[in-house]
Design a protein around this ligand. Sequence first.
Ligand SMILES: [Zn+2]
Length: 138
Amino acid sequence: MTTPADQPDPIRCTSTTRPHHPPYGTRVLEEDTGLIQRFHSGAYGSGWSVDGTTDARRPPAYRALLAATDGLAREMVELHRPEPDIVHGNDVRRWRCAGCDAEGCDWEHPEWPCRTSQLAAERADVSLREDHYTVESG
Ligand SMILES: [Zn+2]
C-alpha cells in the first residue's frame, strides 16, 4: 500500500473497537476480520470503507496458487491478487483483480480470478473452483 507524502501515515489497528472520530481524515484499520478499512470524509459524508485485506482472508484458491508457484510465476500471482470488491458486513461477496491494468475510460477492475490468474492456475495444476476447498472455521 502506498501513501502519498502529503498524507499522514496510515495507522494499523487490530482492535475490534472502531474509533468514531479519527484525528485526521484518512486512517487504515485492520480488524480481527482481516479486512483493512479506510476512513474517508468528504462532502458526501464520512465512514469506513474496505480498502484491502490480509492474505488469510483471500480465497483458498489464491493461497493454494501462491503455495504452488515460485519465481516469476509467484510474483505474477501476487501481483494479480484478489482484493475485496463487493463486501456485505464482513463477508466478501466478490473479488477484483488488483494487478490487471486499466484500459478505456469506463474501466473497472476485472473480477478475480482474471485470465492471468487462470493461466497460472492451469500451469500450476491448481483448481480455482471454490467448492474444491473446504473453509476452516474459527
Ligand atoms: Zn489480473
